[in-house]
Design a protein around this ligand. Structure first.
Ligand code: AMP
Length: 540
């Protein structure tokens, strides 16, 4: 027998309608790339979302079309999130750190029909515009006065397009499984892969994020959204915060310690979220300038493991609870959070720190298991370490336009992380099976570095692994076996790679060994390499 409750679709514009009705004077504050602070209420934001829905419709954007953004966290980016969703289109958020070739690759793979970009990124967009034939319209997210130089015809200023449209728009209803967002991840080998979110998955994700033991801030909360909107929907806060009536603060391009500190104090932010590198920058600024927080209560740290230094400094020196979150693009991204448990206060200080350095417990809606090399499910005993697999309603079922398998035969998604889970449900990442390196929250392909290094005549074999770095958490170390009879040096090899790799991918160091550890099929045994260099430390 089926239940007899209404089957109303969960659609994202409903969130903003709810916010405008119930928290009408609550604010969204943004630092714009032009430098000015922009401030408006949820009521005004909803009006502008309707106006932008009219702009998109006039541009010829239809249901299912992909609309690219290359943009900072601002109110305009927020409006694009909602207006694309409102008309059933898909907001394809592009990571500007990808570099021109990969930006063109993802835009072509997605067959984007329009591209919205912040003026800061005009130098990235202009040279590749000729190589993305599907794009019909480019929109600079600014006004006429700040329009960048751009050779492509049809460039328009966001504010000019908006001014020409009405603020009346009736949001249509459609299937809640309709796609609304697309984000490519380089966290796997090969080309970046597309993760296609739906209204339903983002809505459910936001409901869970709002639980008080997840990331819920409530109506009194003032959330500084540091994590980029081009990186998994800024971990969902553009949906979860308006849902619960909190104030949203967007820092725009100011992600440096001073910029973050100033906006936290000026807007009296109570909560924030971002990758560890961001928090290190903030700590450094505060220490150098002898600053304290007057409003910040807690911050979520994710994207890479949180260090004990960050944890202790924030908690002990600044009185801010730091809690870890783990997830990934394929999970929208929320998988686990590490909020204080009921028994936390009974633990000794060292035990508390040890618990907090784990990635945390699964949020409701996410199932996790660990699996051994033979495919057997391992016990949650805190000791057995295996491949971490997940499933849930906001977890990917298939990569966008991808021929390979996305899930295991029995329907789980393998995260590529290696972890333990203990009896209390705490997951702890112990290693990474995927062969990519995460530097300050951004992926670096080890294969690209290896291929580039192998074109040096003195390099017989090249293996790249991520090693600990003080500022970036992880940076590439290139391990080389020299071609017999040659004497290539570290400086020579790095110099050689400079023209061939993006700056973020340049290895920080080169180490030479006599023999590369190889597996049965002749592939480099990265586990062995990681073991050999496990104590390697790179300083900032
Ligand atoms: P992304 O898809 O770019 O968000 O990256 C997801 C990956 O980042 C995960 O599979 C982990 O390898 C890593 N990651 C995310 N959060 C954490 C965390 N709290 N601790 C350690 N690694 C993390």
């Amino acid at each position: 027998m089926l239940g007899q409750m209404m089957d109303r679709p969960l659609l994202l514009p409903q969130i903003m309608e709810h916010a405008a009705r119930n928290y009408r004077d609550q604010e969204i504050v943004s630092l714009t790339p032009e430098g000015a602070i922009h401030r408006y209420t949820y009521v005004d934001a909803l009006k502008r979302i309707k106006q932008l829905s009219n702009v998109l419709t006039r541009m010829g954007i239809k249901k299912g079309d992909r609309v690219a953004t290359i943009a900072w966290n601002t109110h305009r980016h927020f409006e694009i999130y909602y207006a694309t969703a409102a008309i059933g289109a898909v907001c394809h958020t592009i990571n500007p750190l990808l570099g021109p070739e990969q930006v063109a690759y993802v835009a072509n793979h997605a067959e984007d029909k329009a591209m919205f970009f912040d003026t800061t990124f005009a130098p990235l967009v202009a040279p590749i515009a000729d190589y993305i034939p599907s794009i019909e319209t480019y929109v600079a997210m600014t006004d006429d006065a700040h329009l960048p130089e751009f050779s492509k015809p049809g460039l328009a200023a966001y504010e000019t397009l908006m001014a020409a449209e009405s603020q009346e728009f009736e949001f249509p209803e459609f299937d809640e499984r309709t796609a609304c967002g697309l984000c490519y991840t380089s966290g796997t080998t090969g080309n970046p892969k597309g993760v296609l979110f739906s209204h339903r998955s983002n809505y459910l994700h936001a409901l869970t994020a709002n639980q008080s033991n997840v990331m819920g801030t409530g109506e009194d909360g003032v959330l500084l959204a540091v994590v980029p909107m081009f990186h998994v929907n800024a971990w969902g806060v553009p949906y979860s915060i308006p849902m619960s009536g909190g104030k949203l603060v967007f820092p725009g391009p100011r992600l440096d310690g001073e910029g973050l500190y100033n906006i936290i104090e000026q807007e009296q932010c109570t909560a924030s979220l971002g990758v560890p590198t961001i928090w290190l920058g903030l700590i450094n600024y505060m220490k150098e300038n002898n600053k304290k927080f007057s409003s910040l209560q807690y911050s979520c740290v994710g994207g890479s493991a949180m260090s004990e230094y960050i944890l202790r400094t924030f908690q002990e020196d600044y009185g801010v609870e730091m809690y870890q979150g783990w997830g990934m693009t394929e999970m929208s991204p929320l998988g686990t959070v590490n909020r204080r448990s009921r028994n936390f206060d009974q633990l000794s200080e060292d035990e508390q720190i040890a618990v907090q350095l784990k990635q945390g417990r699964a949020v409701s809606g996410v199932d996790m298991r660990i699996v051994g090399a033979d495919g057997a499910v391992l016990p949650n005993d805190g000791m057995s370490s295996g491949h971490l697999q997940v499933r849930g309603p906001w977890i990917i079922s298939e990569y966008y336009k991808y021929d390979g398998e996305t899930l295991t035969a029995d329907g789980w998604f393998d995260t590529g992380d290696v972890a333990t889970i203990d009896e209390d449900g705490y997951m702890h990442i112990t290693d990474r099976a995927k062969d990519v390196i995460k530097s300050g929250g951004e992926w670096v392909s080890s294969i690209d570095i290896e291929n580039a290094a192998l074109s040096h005549p003195g390099v017989a074999r090249a293996g790249v692994i991520g090693v600990y770095h003080e500022k970036w958490q992880e940076r590439p170390l290139l391990v080389v076996v020299r071609e017999p009879g040659t004497e290539a040096t570290e400086a020579e090899i790095i110099d050689f790679l400079k023209g061939r790799l993006a700056k973020i991918a340049l290895p920080n160091a080169v180490e030479f060994i006599d023999e590369m550890p190889l597996g049965a099929t002749g592939k480099i045994l990265k586990t062995k390499l990681r073991e050999m260099f496990k104590d390697y430390r790179l300083s900032a």
